[in-house]
Design a protein around this ligand. Structure first.
Ligand code: SAM
Length: 250
């Protein structure tokens, strides 16, 4: 029974807050504790959709996009799709500053249904600028499927954010590094899984060993680690910012 005087929102579930909960800071606790607290709560929001990236990671991406001005971001591991929207929007911002005029994001995940829901709720016109590819990064045919979506000569940046294991990291590097433009970037996220002081229980392992192994290969020898671009101190990109050598095209 209602009285007609309840607050108007009383009959509906409270809306999900679309900003993260604040992190309490103890200035006397070790930095490591603060980092772990952030990892435990590692969820933020973008365009009303959950995103698994720190603000400083997004700033680093802005620097990398500025330095390399790619036509396409190839994102491996998409989850709810907010990161694909973020990369697309960051590329669109760059169109005002000499970036590609019609940038795209090609986003790969073993299951793109969740991303399709998240992205289309935020932007019904997403298909103009984002391709969702349902595929496993370990499947040797996946890089070719992605390549078929690219315009000839497209300059790509690759972001690996899938399962953070040795196998997925190696497969991503081996399969997708050739699509990175000269002077462009391949970013492997979450090398932090292999840093004992920083990792959480239950994390996978293998990202940093995969990067080290791949950098020793003929293909990896074309890439240079750029820890100097991991500029905000502690980060989850540990060892994962890789730049392709060579002169940029055109
Ligand atoms: C960490 S989440 C991605 C987070 C997202 N990039 C963000 O920043 O919000 C990892 C995603 O990788 C996907 N994934 C895991 N293993 C994969 C594989 N072998 N190939 C493709 N995608 C994979 C999972 O389905 C999951 O959606």
């Amino acid at each position: 029974m209602t009285t007609g005087h309840e607050p108007r929102h009383a009959a509906t579930a409270p809306a999900t807050p679309k900003v993260p909960a604040p992190i309490e800071v103890d200035l006397h606790a070790p930095l490591r504790d603060h980092w772990r607290k952030r990892l435990e709560r590692n969820q933020d929001w973008y365009a009303g959709t959950p995103i698994l990236k720190y603000p400083e990671s997004l700033r680093i991406y802005e620097h990398l996009l500025w330095l390399s001005k790619p036509d396409v971001v190839i994102e491996l591991g998409v989850w709810q799709g907010a990161s694909s929207l973020w990369f697309r929007d960051a590329l669109l911002r760059l169109t005002r500053y000499g970036g590609a005029s019609s940038p795209r994001v090609v986003a790969v995940d073993v299951d793109v249904s969740i991303a399709r829901r998240g992205i289309s709720a935020a932007d019904p016109a997403w298909e103009d600028s984002i391709d969702l590819v349902q595929a496993d990064v370990c499947d040797p045919s996946t890089p070719e499927r992605v390549e078929r979506l690219l315009a000839p000569g497209a300059r790509c940046m690759v972001v690996e954010d899938s399962a953070h294991t040795l196998d997925t990291t190696l497969a991503s590097l081996r399969g997708f590094a050739r699509l990175v433009a000269p002077k462009g970037f391949f970013v492997v996220e979450d090398g932090v899984v292999d840093v004992e002081e920083l990792r959480l229980d239950g994390y996978p392992r293998g990202v940093m060993p995969a990067i080290r192994r791949w950098l020793r290969s003929e293909q990896g020898a074309e890439f240079i680690p750029r820890p100097d671009l991991d500029v905000y101190g502690i980060s989850n990109f540990t060892g994962g910012i890789l730049q392709r050598a060579g002169a940029p095209d055109g």
